[in-house]
Design a protein around this ligand. Structure first.
Ligand SMILES: *Cc1c(COP(=O)(O)O)cnc(C)c1O
Length: 364
């Protein structure tokens, strides 16, 4: 007798490593490791969540009718062309599960979101990893990697962990260069952090093209990472196929109520965006002024800091942790030379810079 054998491709998956909230010795630290909103959750969302607690005996609305109506009104998208899941992570998995399987290829960039590779391998497809252009997404490299076996291209814009951004023209060029049979998944988890003039045209492409899926999340600027609310927008054919494999009750009653309320708090989103713009700019300038350090230009709510001098990313990571700040060191993603640091409050960013300045002084 032998024990049940996992599929060979499942054992090829390196488990996802989440951002830390504690130090090695278990101390609670400021979490600048998961790109969460330093302003917390909008108050109307917290109130809606508390109200929802009165009916936990009921299954949630499987069709998410109210949330889809709210999304349709807010973003000008058709409610019947929305898919949703427990976080946009699940929507990414649904895309892979609907359109790819063993023998197929799925393309993502070298320094891309870790979930793409997991979603690819989970369905037995083969990840095809393309090189970057100084950490940014290289449209030509993606197009050069397309073969007869390519089923999906995953692109995050802005990208995580690099924070880099592809313009509307670049996204249009990428889409125009792909065969119609290849699904372009545009992961817009950080899109609300962009200035309006930087919109990459993703929703418009998904509205008009037969092979574009845009994914969005309530985890980042809307401050609801705990509640796992993600959604996607694409053609009716794509959406109808994906609905067949989703879990019937994607999100809880509280999650739906909180998301609808968060969507209605425009002031919270605007405050979050403008705080982020100001302190991302300040932080990037401070980092660039330190010897051997370089901030990759970011349009998201985090900055990838490169350590190209005497101070190593690993030593900076440890010093920040000792000072009470968890950041993301990513040797497992081919970035032993970098830390991804979420933009926190003003006081937190000033403190992080002070630690980095002291450490570069010590190393030099
Ligand atoms: C954070 C993030 C997500 C969102 O994940 P959720 O499952 O919605 O919390 C998706 N894509 C990227 C690139 C991210 O960084």
């Amino acid at each position: 007798m032998t024990a049940p054998a996992p599929k060979s491709w499942i054992l090829g998956i390196a488990p996802y490593v989440p951002g830390r909230a504690t130090s090695e010795d278990g101390r609670k630290v400021v979490k600048l490791s998961s790109n969460e909103n330093p302003f917390g959750t909008p108050e109307p969302a917290r109130a809606a969540y508390r109200d929802a607690a009165d009916h936990l005996e009921r299954y949630p609305d499987a069709a998410a009718i109210d949330l889809r109506a709210a999304l349709a009104a807010h973003y000008g998208v058709e409610a019947e062309r929305l898919i949703y899941g427990t976080g946009s992570d699940e929507v990414l998995h649904l895309a892979a599960g609907t359109f790819a399987g063993p023998g197929d290829e799925i393309i993502h960039v070298r320094y891309g979101f870790a979930v793409y590779e997991i979603a690819t391998r989970r369905v037995g497809a083969t990840p095809v990893v393309v090189p970057d252009r100084d950490y940014a997404t290289d449209v030509d490299a993606i197009l050069a990697a397309v073969t007869d076996k390519t089923k999906i291209v995953f692109v995050a814009n802005p990208n995580n962990p690099t924070g880099t951004y592809s313009t509307k023209d670049e996204i249009a060029r990428l889409h125009a260069g792909l065969p119609e049979s290849v699904l372009l998944v545009l992961d817009q988890a950080y899109t609300e952090y962009l200035d309006p003039e930087d919109d990459d045209g993703g929703l418009e492409l998904a509205r008009t093209a037969s092979n574009v899926l845009v994914t969005r999340t309530f985890s980042k600027i809307f401050g609801l990472a705990s509640e796992r609310v993600g959604w996607g927008y694409a053609s009716p054919e794509i959406i109808n196929a994906m609905h067949r494999i989703r879990a019937p009750f994607a999100f809880s009653i509280g999650a739906q109520a909180a998301a609808i309320a968060a969507l209605g708090d425009a002031g919270f989103v605007e405050r979050s965006r403008s705080h982020n713009r100001e302190w991302r700019g300040w932080f990037s300038e401070q980092v660039d002024a330190l010897p051997g350090l370089r901030a990759v230009p970011s349009k998201a709510n985090f900055v990838l800091v490169l350590f190209e001098g005497l101070l190593t990313a690993e030593d900076a990571y440890k010093a920040l942790m000792a000072a009470g700040y968890a950041t993301r060191w990513l040797p497992g993603q081919g970035l032993p030379q970098a830390l991804r640091i979420t933009i926190g409050t003003e006081a937190e960013m000033r403190d992080v810079v002070a630690v980095l300045r002291a450490e570069t002084g010590r190393a030099g």
